[in-house]
Structures are given as C-alpha cells and as structure tokens.
Design a protein around this ligand. Structure first.
Ligand code: KG4
Ligand code: ZN
Length: 337
C-alpha cells in the first residue's frame, strides 16, 4: 500500500505544504512573506498572522497540484521546532486538526533533521542519487550553522555548532550594513560574481574543534567599512561587488575548512550541504573543489530544497511513519528542539 504524507512547515516566514508519497514529492507549495523585507528581519507577530492567512489556501493547492484527496492521507507531519513559537503554533494546530479530522497519525518533525533529510527526497521520472550512511552534513541557514552526522534516516548527532551568529545571519547582518534589505544573502551572492574575492580580507575566527564563529568577521567588516567611509563617503557604492565577493569568500572559507576538518576526524566521505545558505554559489563551488581534492561523494541540494520547504518535512515524516514513530495530540511546539 502506498504511504501518503501531508506535510506542514511553518517554522519561520515561509508557509509550506507538501504531499509526499512513498518518498516521492507529489507537490510542494511555498508561500513567501514579503512583509518582513522592509524591517531588516522577520517580525514574529507578522509571520504568525501571515501563516494563519496562508495555510488553508496553500494546503488546498498542495492537494490539487498532487491530484490527491484528503481521504488518501495516511499521516500528517509537521514542524515541531526549532523556530518562532507563534509561527510553529499555527502549523502545529493545523496539523493536529487535520489528523484528528481524518483519524490518522500525527508526526512531529525536527526542522533541522528535515533540512538534512532533504537529500533523500525522491523525484518522479528522475533518477537522483541519495547519500548512504553515515552521512556528514553541513547545515547552514539563517538561524543555524551545524555539522551533523546522520547514522541512519532518524538518528543524528551534532558534532559542530556556531558559538554566536549563524552563517546566514552573517550574510544578512553584513548586507544590512551595506544597505541591503532582508534577507541579504541572495543579493550578496549575485553581486559577488562580478567582484574580486581577494580585494579585502576580514578577521578569521579561531575556534577550537568543529564549532564556528561569525561575530568577529561581522565586526571586522563593520569597522572596516566605518573607517573607509570616513575617507570616502561613496566607498560602499564604489566597491560593492568587491565587498560582497570578499565577504562571501570569508564566510565560505570558514564553512569549508570546518566541514573538511569534520570529514577528516570522522573518516566520512558522504558529504552534503543543506539549508538556505547552501544556495550560495561560492559555497557550492568551494565544496565542489574540496570534494574533488578529497574524493568526497558530495551532495548539493536543488535550489528549491535549500530554503524552508514542506517536502523535507514530508520525507522525514515518511521515514518516521515507517518506524511507527507517532506523536500524541498533547504535543506542543518547541522554539528550541
Ligand atoms: O533555511 P532558510 O530558508 O531559513 C532558516 O531556517 O533560517 O535560510 C535563510 C537564510 C538567510 O539568512 C538568507 O540570507 C540565506 O539563507 N541565503 C543565502 C542565499 N540564499 C539564501 N545566503 C547566501 N547566499 C545565497 N544565495
Ligand atoms: Zn530552515
């Protein structure tokens, strides 16, 4: 019998609903919230209100796009956390209501695990490679920078974490200093292509083990600009591409050197990147070069699975369903998982 999962993602500012059948994505709809752009970051209260407005129409579209009826759903998977509490609450309540109405199991999903498991999503009419275990993954998003070892689909161990900002936050905060709107990562990536990555150098962190730090680089970037602007008020305007390329290079070097260290320490050669920042062209290129040099089997996600999406919640829900790992209806969202 086919296993059909309805998956709900509402941890931050994207409302996403997917239908996943036997590990294949039948539909994956995402409603973005442009409302946060002018605020320089996600405004939690506005995000939860937008989720409330979006979740029903997005779910309806996910069903019609997949050509699936509600009665065919075997379980409802939802993001329990980590994320913004108000946002998570909308998805959690909606998932509970749906599961109750259909009398099917409810499956809570850890958003971070789901980002990693996005590498196991199967595509209809497409032969895609999936990693084997153990799988070492660099998870880089606006809220997290972690090195994770997956021992199997459901067992994961975190072996590295940021001690301050996340990599995406470093992109966004430095972008804000240059006057870019939120999120700045994609624009920095775009401008970096035309710049010289060795034009400027910013502070490199000294963090032991497999942990990360980005606050030193951010401060060094800020002070560098402040000093240069004193001499030339149009410094940012005149050096935008070089600034973006150099900043991106600094962040990518921190990330690639730590995942390389983790690969040596663990002896794992099945390696992937996931999360919003894994869309970055510099990181993709840096990882590809490293993979060639170190003979890694590298997994780079398709762009649509880099940022928050419900397909990754669905694939995680599918593996939890196979294991009979269901949640009680008393389950509550967790800002920290
Ligand atoms: O995974 P995600 O969609 O949401 C979180 O869970 O945080 O990641 C969003 C982050 C933002 O910080 C955004 O600036 C960054 O991913 N991002 C990028 C790129 N695309 C998105 N950073 C650098 N280069 C990109 N191309
Ligand atoms: Zn995410």
């Amino acid at each position: 019998m086919a296993i059909t999962i309805l998956a709900i993602e509402s941890s931050c500012d994207d409302t996403s609903v997917a239908i996943v059948r036997d590990g294949y994505v039948l539909s994956n709809l995402i409603a973005n919230q442009d409302i946060h752009m002018s605020y320089g970051g996600v405004v939690p209260e506005l995000a939860s209100r937008a989720h409330q407005a979006n979740i029903v129409p997005v779910t309806q579209q996910a069903f019609s796009r997949a050509g699936v009826k509600a009665e065919e759903v075997n379980a409802v998977a939802f993001t329990r956390g980590p994320g913004l509490l108000g946002s998570l609450l909308v998805g959690t309540s909606f998932a509970k209501g749906f599961a109750l109405a259909l009398d099917v199991p409810l499956i809570e999903v850890n958003h971070l695990q789901a980002h990693v498991l996005s590498h196991f999503i199967l595509e209809k009419d497409k032969e895609n490679m999936i990693p084997s275990f153990p799988f070492l993954c660099l998870l880089v998003s606006g809220g997290h920078t972690r090195i994770i070892v997956m021992k199997n689909h459901l067992e994961m161990e975190m072996i590295g974490n940021t001690i301050d900002d996340a990599a995406g936050e470093a992109f966004d905060k430095c972008g804000k200093v240059m006057g870019f709107s939120y999120p700045a990562g994609p624009l920095i990536d775009k401008l970096a292509v035309q710049g010289n990555k060795n034009a400027f150098a910013f502070a490199k962190p000294f963090v032991r083990g497999l942990d990360f730090s980005f606050s030193g680089l951010k401060t060094s970037f800020l002070y560098f600009l402040r000093d240069r602007i004193k001499e030339d008020p149009l410094f940012i305007e005149n050096h935008k591409a070089d600034l973006c390329a150099s900043l991106q290079n600094g962040i990518v070097n921190i990330l690639v050197s730590k995942i390389a260290k983790a690969a040596i320490q663990t002896g794992i050669r099945e390696i992937g990147i996931a999360g919003g920042v894994s869309a970055n062209s510099g990181l993709r290129q840096g990882m590809s070069e490293e993979a060639l040099k170190r003979k890694w089997n590298l997994f780079i996600p398709e762009f649509r699975y880099t940022t928050d999406n419900a397909a990754m919640i669905g694939i995680t829900g599918y593996y939890k369903y196979l294991k009979g790992d269901f949640s009680d209806h008393s389950v509550t969202p967790l800002a920290r998982y």
